[in-house]
Design a protein. Structure first.
Length: 277
């Protein structure tokens, strides 16, 4: 039950129809008798800058989960960013600290990379392509490079986003070669769809599936459905895959620690999750 003592975690994004996090966090809070709740809040991009600071005037809010399309903008609205958020150029977690200041962190990349590693794929010395270099693709690229990639390809329809990400990666991880401007997956060991393509029926595939070799590891961030058309095409080619929700389950333990609620495991989260199988 939500009461006057309940601690709120806002889930900020637009649109909200594909949000899955409340179906995981809230059952976990119930199981552990934690009086907290994750609440979806749809905020349009043109209203986000005005809305964001007002949200944290609330006396019963602990922080926020931030999703598309607000992750990049959030970096400009908090008082401090963690190092990984700076490299990623995006923030998907905001903590209201006791002194009233806002700390922005980033867990998308860690969640994605931990999921890949859990499946037995070691990125050390490998080549990866990340298509979509905005608020979700940037932290994924940062975490994969931090884990030891030899080379990373970056593609985004907004070439400036790719070039900016490449600059940040080159600054912090000069040992990794960066290539900008092509979404051709040929020759890569790992390819990632970090775009919204797949959220809507009829979306084109994010890259040419015919150019993906059967031994390639294929990752997805879209969570509207477990097996997106892109992942189905990869499965048909015999590729190993990672579904979008895997990134979510792997990063939630880090979120819970960030907000001061303790920790858990992906296995426990899946056990309590109300997301339809």
């Amino acid at each position: 039950m939500i009461s006057g003592k309940t601690t709120l975690i806002a889930h900020l994004g637009y649109p909200t129809f594909a949000f899955k996090a409340p179906l995981i966090y809230n059952p976990w809070f119930d199981k552990h008798d934690i009086d907290a709740v994750v609440v979806p809040m749809g905020v349009k991009p043109e209203e986000y800058r005005e809305f964001f600071p007002l949200l944290f005037k609330m006396s019963n809010i602990r922080g926020a989960l931030v999703t598309m399309p607000h992750k990049v903008t959030t970096t400009e609205l908090v008082d401090e960013l963690t190092p990984i958020a700076k490299v990623a150029g995006a923030s998907n977690a905001v903590l209201l600290r006791e002194d009233g200041s806002l700390l922005g962190d980033q867990f998308d990349g860690a969640g994605f990379a931990r999921g890949v590693a859990r499946k037995g794929f070691d990125v050390t010395g490998k080549r990866a392509l990340v298509v979509g270099n905005g608020g979700v693709g940037s932290p994924i690229a940062a975490s994969l490079v931090a884990d030891g990639l030899a080379e990373i390809g970056l593609y985004d329809p907004n070439i400036a986003a790719s070039e900016a990400l490449a600059g940040r990666l080159n600054e912090h991880y000069p040992q990794t070669k960066t290539i900008v401007g092509s979404k051709d997956p040929d020759g890569y060991d790992l390819v990632v769809n970090a775009t919204p393509l797949g959220m809507n029926d009829g979306d084109p595939l994010p890259m040419d599936i015919d150019r993906i070799a059967p031994g390639t590891f294929v990752g997805e961030v879209v969570m509207k459905q477990t097996i997106t058309p892109f992942l189905q095409a990869a499965l048909d080619k015999g590729c190993q895959i990672q579904v979008g929700s895997d990134m979510l389950y792997e990063q939630i333990p880090a979120y819970l620690e960030f907000f001061g609620f303790g920790s858990t495991t992906p296995e426990e989260l899946r056990a309590v999750s109300l997301i339809p199988a």
